[in-house]
Design a binder for this molecule. Sequence first.
Ligand code: SF4
Ligand code: SF4
Length: 404
Amino acid sequence: MTITESLTLMLALLYAASQLWWAGKHYGAVVALASIVGALAIAASTTLLLGTVVAAGGLAVFHWRKPTWAKGEVRINQLRDGFQHLLFLALLLVALQYTLNTIMLKAGMTPWLARPNVVDAFLPIAGGIELKGISAGIWDQNHPAAAVMLAVVLLTGLICKRAFCGWACPIGLVGEKLYKLRKRFIKEELMPPRWLDWPLRMLKYLLLAAFIYLVCFSMPDAAIPGYLNGNYHKIADVKMALFFITPGLITLSVFALLLLIVTWRRQGFCRYLCPYGAILGLLSFISPLKIRRNSEHCLIESRGMKCDKCTRACPANIIVHTKTTVRSDECQACMRCVAACPKKQALGFGVSKSHSLSARTVMLLTLSLLFVLPLAAYLSGFWDSQTPELIRMQLIQMANHIGH
Ligand code: SF4
Ligand code: SF4
């Protein structure tokens, strides 16, 4: 595990432990801290220890300065935005480290910066093939983090709906920024008509079906070891990076279309095209956590007032104020509707209308799901790529000639 990964991981876990402590859950905080210490002892890694020390120092400074997001009461939208921006920043550092590592390998130098394995999260098809391989007893050694990160994202969908989309996804964040930029110049909401919205939403399920076909049906179990040990898979991350940094005309046209969609429609990519959004949307039907409206407290039923603030706040255009439970596959558990509701206890995200989670709990749950499994995978030796650096260096030189 590299220093960027170690720092992000330990920052997340120590922050979670500190939040448990501040929330009065001292037993939970002690268990979390003991687990971190145990993990450090098992890993015996200088990088992980360094990441822990720096993270602990950083958190101590934040608690000392007492910014609202670190301690005490904080608004839902502020908390979610802060969390998403911090994750995005961590990802930028990872991208920088990965780029430097690859440039050095391409130049034939021994890199002084290690390759962050978390970049394998951008190899969902490889991750799917690896998970299929694991079910047949085949464990990939080249990009194990791809399988781990795919499992992590799926797990978040099962447990806390599309909270990954609403709280963590970097693409969703970029889309939101581009949409807001467009709104500064063109104020109107350019919504597609209802009859067109539904078929467009189904596009992401078609893409998901194509991915599932590629992973589950196009490759028989017997072919998996050959694929996982092949040269293409060994540098699948580099092939993916090359696809983005040296785009052809068709790729550029697709990028332009995507840009148009995310600026035209809020969450346009998530809503219409993202296959991750599709699979998380399907899993979200099983998730016990849902947005629930309590009519005993809602202004509509309890006071006979007209109110639709929750609906107007929803970026996914879900009609919240007439439902008791939001089951929509488009709900990203962002809790903007809860933040907009003027009546406490009228709206919440939880397993029942009387048991709602606070925004901080949703954040800690998402944080734990995102980081605990990668830590466990690292401790069990299924995180770091075992592809020798020399092999990677040689393959990168001929990356353009390596195909499936
Ligand atoms: S219903 Fe609420 S939590 Fe779901 S997407 Fe809309 S605003 Fe976010
Ligand atoms: S914003 Fe709150 S009070 Fe208003 S309709 Fe929605 S749930 Fe009811």
